[in-house]
Design a protein around this ligand. Structure first.
Ligand SMILES: Nc1ncnc2c1ncn2[C@@H]1O[C@H](COP(=O)(O)OP(=O)(O)OP(=O)(O)O)[C@@H](O)[C@H]1O
Ligand code: SF4
Ligand SMILES: [Mg+2]
Length: 334
């Protein structure tokens, strides 16, 4: 596994960037009050790469990645600033009509919970045909059956005629993956696609995503809070905290030498679990919610390395070769 990934990573590192998200800021309106949830999200991805977005619950993984294709109602959310450059077009500036052409066909999104993403009263076959029809692509029962087989489902003729409620969580997750790859998009965004399924089939779903990535050179943004999954799957990662991306870079380099104090803590928590330590290491305290955000580093109350300056402003991004970090310590000493 490690050797295959290394070879693939070298090949991928030579290709051009296909997606570049720069300083994205997203607000949501709740009870007539607008609150900025994403205050600076950066991510870059090359063709065929798998980039993980990591962070604890509430750090902003879903809102930032769903904003790439504006998967929110304009009455509820809006992009305040930033760029989402995909194949030289800024998606953040596109109108809803133009984005419909991109969603599903060029960029697909797999939701965290298949039960809420699949239509409960439509048979599986009809749902997949609907995706092809929406993008004016030819469809046939054979084509849909072959995609269902490709994602590892058996008895596809029967499944074609079934409703999501008649299938297991793992089968529905595979149907979601089938639906998201049926138009052969260039980029797949998968939001914790294995969090609601049994641990025994989790690895099979991850392997399926790796197969799809290799076979079609399909780039993947994979959202997770699990460092082990990111290690298994990802070439690069973006670490999020308090609505900000705080560190970005190649997976192995971040594991060997994390730059941000929060990443250091995440790695310590993951290795304490890996080593089956009797007393598991955990990070004290809670991250701030968007209603508690201040103009300071959001990690300040949990950080062992804080400086006076950390309370005075949100640290800006420091670029260090192929890596990025948002920490006052690196602004001062580099
Ligand atoms: N519609 C909304 N209005 C206001 N705040 C929201 C809304 N949706 C989410 N939030 C808040 O925004 C923050 C980021 O949410 P998000 O769902 O992106 O987190 P996440 O990192 O994906 O978490 P999880 O791992 O639990 O899925 C959270 O504090 C959440 O409570
Ligand atoms: S900016 Fe300051 S408080 Fe924030 S992570 Fe860096 S050292 Fe810690
Ligand atoms: Mg989420």
């Amino acid at each position: 596994m490690a050797t295959i990934c290394k070879g693939l990573h070298m090949a991928k590192s030579m290709t051009k960037k296909m997606l570049e998200v720069k300083n994205l800021k997203v607000s949501y309106i709740n009870e007539n009050e607008s609150v900025q949830i994403i205050r600076g999200f950066d991510l870059s991805l090359k063709k065929g790469e798998i980039v993980g977005v990591l962070g604890e619950s509430g750090s902003g993984k879903t809102i930032s990645t769903s904003a790439i294709v504006k998967l929110f109602d304009s009455a509820d959310g809006h992009i305040d600033a930033g760029e989402v450059r995909f194949e030289n077009i800024d998606l953040a500036k596109l109108k809803e009509k133009q984005l419909i052409e991109v969603r599903g066909k060029k960029i697909s999104y797999i939701f965290q919970n298949p039960a809420s993403a699949l239509h409960p009263f439509k048979r599986v076959g009809r749902q997949l045909a609907g995706t092809l029809k929406a993008h004016k692509l030819p469809f046939s029962k054979e084509k849909i059956a072959s995609v269902l087989k490709e994602v590892g489902l058996d008895n596809v003729e029967t499944i074609y005629e079934m409703y999501p409620a008649q299938l297991s969580g793992g089968q529905n997750q595979r149907i979601m993956i089938a639906q998201s790859i049926i138009c052969k998009p260039e980029l797949l965004i998968a939001d914790e696609p294995t969090s609601s399924i049994d641990a025994s089939i989790r690895k099979r779903i991850l392997d399926l995503l790796l197969q799809i990535n290799t076979k079609y050179q399909m780039s993947i943004v994979f959202i997770t809070h699990d460092f082990d999954i990111a290690k298994y799957l990802c070439d690069r990662i973006v670490v999020m905290y308090g609505g900000l991306s705080v560190e970005e870079g190649p997976m192995n380099e971040i594991l060997d030498s994390p730059l941000h104090p929060y990443t250091m803590e995440l790695i310590k928590c993951a290795s304490s679990l890996d080593n089956h330590e009797e007393t598991l290491y955990s990070l004290e305290g809670m991250p701030p919610t968007p209603y508690e955000f201040e103009d300071e580093c959001p990690f300040i109350n949990r950080c062992k390395f804080k400086l006076d300056l950390c309370a005075k402003r949100i640290p800006e991004v420091v670029v260090m070769g192929d890596r990025k970090v948002r920490c006052t310590n690196h602004i001062i000493y580099t």
